[in-house]
Design a protein around this ligand. Structure first.
Ligand SMILES: Nc1ncnc2c1ncn2[C@@H]1O[C@H](COP(=O)(O)OP(=O)(O)OP(=O)(O)O)[C@@H](O)[C@H]1O
Ligand SMILES: [Mg+2]
Length: 323
């Protein structure tokens, strides 16, 4: 079976002059090599396609694949993660991970929270700031938390993201609006413990592979699992597997969110507790990083003794049900 690989390679974009921050979500070549060699060891034939523009060229030359392993995040627009799946749908080529609707929805953290809240699941109260003039309309109690509406990998998130008063709120929102040229999500700050839940499978077959607590060390940027803390996780973060009642509560919230939003094959749900120890949905990652050692999803697998090969196998088995 021929598996095409679609991905955004960070080095390609850095060569074109894009900055570290602009390319933060993109993949390193070792991730592509890991996926490719694992697929080969599972008996698949592989073909590197590249990003959406490479895919357009290859499709227009008449090339086809039995299935595509897609981890493209894209560059522009709220549909940036949906572009490759939408193109593949047009050619009736099956692919791994979620469909265009889910990838566009979940990239928009505000719209996602509307749906999650409508599912009856806990998520902090929030306000989407589209324009500077929206800031004065926010009537949520402090402390608050502000982040770009549609980014990942901790982009735009640092110790200043926790906001204690209206002056900080104005400054941070203005800064984020200017820098990221997209709305800002402002929500109630969750002061409790933080977890991320690894999920494989789709709908009723979805299951948790484990719940990992993210504990920041004393030298880390305080209070938040920020870009800097993620990039330097080996020195700044301790990861430990949760169990017992906490694990169960986080798994329930994560699986209900995953199934309710219609996410597929594998990914992660990020959760944080409020001051009363109640877990809240922060965000879902239907295209979670899958670097074998550096990304949270494979880190959870490593900690629970699940080989990387099994993770890739399960992703393919889940996706192949749509062939
Ligand atoms: N409401 C909140 N209260 C407290 N901390 C928050 C809140 N929202 C986000 N955070 C902190 O910011 C971090 C990053 O937020 P979020 O997961 O939305 O960003 P991301 O960049 O999409 O992450 P990822 O790398 O998982 O894609 C969280 O892991 C958490 O530490
Ligand atoms: Mg996150």
């Amino acid at each position: 079976m021929l598996v095409g690989l679609t991905y955004d390679l960070r080095d390609d974009y850095l060569k074109e002059g894009f900055t570290e921050d602009e390319t933060a979500e993109f993949d390193r070549v070792d991730t592509i090599i890991a996926i490719e060699s694992t697929l080969q060891s599972l008996g698949y034939e592989t073909d590197r396609i590249g990003n959406v523009k490479d895919l357009v060229k290859r499709l227009s030359m008449g090339e086809r694949w039995d299935i595509v392993f897609n981890i493209c995040e894209g560059l522009y627009g709220i549909g940036r993660e949906s572009q490759v799946p939408a193109l593949l749908d047009a050619y009736k080529i099956p692919y791994t991970f979620s469909d265009p609707m889910v990838l566009a929805l979940t990239l928009h953290k505000g719209m996602t929270k509307h749906v999650v809240r409508d599912l009856g699941l806990a998520t902090p109260d929030f306000y989407v700031v589209n324009l500077e003039s929206d800031i004065d309309r926010i009537d949520l109690p402090y402390p608050l938390f502000a982040k770009p509406l549609a980014e990942g990998t901790g982009k735009g998130i640092n110790a200043d993201s926790k906001i204690n008063n209206i002056n900080e709120l104005r400054n941070i929102c203005k800064g984020l609006l200017t820098k990221y040229k997209q709305p800002v999500l402002v929500e109630t700050f969750l002061s409790g413990r933080e977890f991320t839940v690894a999920i494989v499978g789709t709908e009723n077959s979805a299951r948790s592979l484990g719940v990992m607590e993210v504990v920041l060390k004393s030298g880390a940027e305080a209070d938040v699992y920020s870009y800097v803390n993620k990039e330097n996780c080996e020195e700044l973060v301790v990861y430990s597997m949760a169990d017992g009642g906490i694990r169960q509560k986080c798994e329930e919230l994560a699986l209900n969110s995953w199934r309710g939003l219609g996410c597929r094959d594998a990914g992660r749900v990020d959760i944080r507790m409020d001051k009363n120890g109640v877990p809240h949905f922060i965000e879902v990652n239907p295209l979670a990083g899958i670097h074998p050692e550096h990304s949270d999803l494979p880190i959870i697998c490593n900690k629970t003794g699940i080989p990387y090969k099994d993770l890739i196998y399960w992703i393919m088995e889940s996706a192949k049900k749509r062939m």
